[in-house]
Design a protein around this ligand. Structure first.
Ligand code: ZN
Length: 410
């Protein structure tokens, strides 16, 4: 599976958000998901069936709109001899722009970032976006481990898929009472064996989890205290240790224990995005109040830092909608770049070297502009939503653009 870049992911997220805001007047928005191995001719055949089915729709307006949408789909399908590598998604429907009679046919056709598994035809007052939203989850991988004195199971969670990586048994005997000298020696041997076991668990977790690039967090589970001892000790590599987001008490070990950990962490996992965004903005704010801190914000300053390669992490607000336009003088060819807060705005601009008029020769989304600069110098890009207070602060107080620097630039 090819990796999707943060920019593609951002664009995909933005498309999803736009699509989720579209509502039809009736149940007349059509969504079609075509898996890569589906014959286009089969889909076209199905569309003709749906077209004749739609004759039964009671509302005249809805009937007409559904039929037009299906016809658009049939036309579009003709452009594809076969589905693309990851399949094809089509969203077609009449979207009202205001009052009655303002509907316009909108058509979205694209290849999704992950392969489509199931063929789906859906007709409703909204577009059917769940399979695409689910693809976003798949980008998030968690490491899981269930540990007690006797056994350990290591797994990964990718979307809804659980992969068991390793199952270990300790061979550590249970404590028993013998009393006296031999009891102490026996206890020491048990402790040593327990330590060796935790060391082995750590080695296996380091081996299997450190190489996962998108590892978002680790959750440890298990019935007793072994998981806490494991976390406190020097068993996990520090990078992985920093990713441990929770320890969960479970009744079971093994695969059942892993399932239990997932069930008990569901809310936490859903909130992870939000938690991570909060932490990133908080880190920036902490750097900002520190006299020698590594914070930078605002379009101009962050752009300069990016161009110098000084940005470690770029924080950019999802709600930032501005355009970077390149203007060129029609007489002498002098060029300037200007950011427009309103993408539709057009200022009359006069050339500073000859006084003639300037025209727009290139227009680019400001977020894209920054993401591209960041990718060129290997800065990490974090797109921050406005779902948290911190995210709102980033958007409102810092113009939606901030950075944590690699080093301080004067
Ligand atoms: Zn000029």
């Amino acid at each position: 599976m090819s990796e999707v870049s943060s920019k593609e992911l951002y664009e995909f997220k933005r498309t999803l958000k736009e699509l989720s805001e579209k509502k039809g007047r009736g149940t007349e928005l059509v969504s079609v998901y075509i898996p890569p191995d589906r014959q286009i001719s089969d889909v076209a055949k199905h569309m003709r069936e749906e077209l004749s089915q739609s004759a039964n729709i009671k509302s005249k307006q809805t009937k007409k709109n559904v039929q037009s949408a299906i016809e658009v789909i049939v036309q579009r399908l003709r452009l594809f001899p076969r589905p693309p590598e990851k399949g094809l998604v089509l969203f077609v429907g009449m979207i009202p722009k205001g009052g009655p009679g303002t509907e316009k046919m909108e058509t979205y056709v694209f290849e999704p970032p992950e392969p489509i598994q199931t063929y789906t035809y859906h007709c409703n007052s909204e577009f059917f976006l769940e399979p695409l939203q689910h693809m976003m989850d798949v980008k998030e991988i968690y490491g899981l481990a269930v540990i007690d004195r006797k056994e350990a199971t290591i797994a990964t969670l990718k979307g809804k898929r659980v992969d068991i990586i390793k199952h270990l048994t300790s061979g550590v005997p249970g404590k028993h009472k013998a009393g006296g000298q031999s009891q102490r020696r026996f206890d020491r041997l048990i402790d040593l064996a327990a330590h060796e076991f935790k060391k082995r668990i750590g080695e296996h977790m380091n081996d299997s989890l450190l190489s996962i690039e998108n590892l978002k967090g680790i959750i440890l589970g298990g019935p007793g205290h072994t998981k806490e001892e494991f976390l406190k000790g020097e068993y996990l590599q520090y990078e992985l240790k920093n990713k441990v987001i929770a320890t969960v008490d479970t009744s079971y070990t093994g695969e059942f224990g892993i399932r239990e950990v997932i069930d008990k962490s569901m809310n936490l996992l859903e909130e992870m995005d939000v938690i991570q965004e909060k932490q990133l903005v908080q880190k920036f704010l902490k750097e900002l109040i520190d006299e020698h801190g590594l914070a930078s914000y605002g379009e101009k300053e962050v752009r300069e830092n990016l161009q110098m390669g000084a940005v470690d992490t770029l924080l950019i607000s999802e709600d930032l909608v501005q355009t970077r336009k390149t203007m060129e003088c029609i007489n002498c060819g002098h060029k300037v770049k200007i950011t427009y807060k309103d993408p539709n705005e057009d200022k009359e601009l006069v050339c500073e070297s000859c006084g003639d008029k300037m025209k727009v020769v290139k227009a680019k989304d400001l977020v894209d502009d920054f993401v591209k600069m960041a990718e060129e110098v290997d800065s990490t890009v974090e797109i921050i939503s406005t779902e948290t207070e911190e995210g709102i602060q980033l958007f409102k107080a810092f113009g939606g653009i901030a950075a944590i620097l690699r080093y301080k630039v004067n």
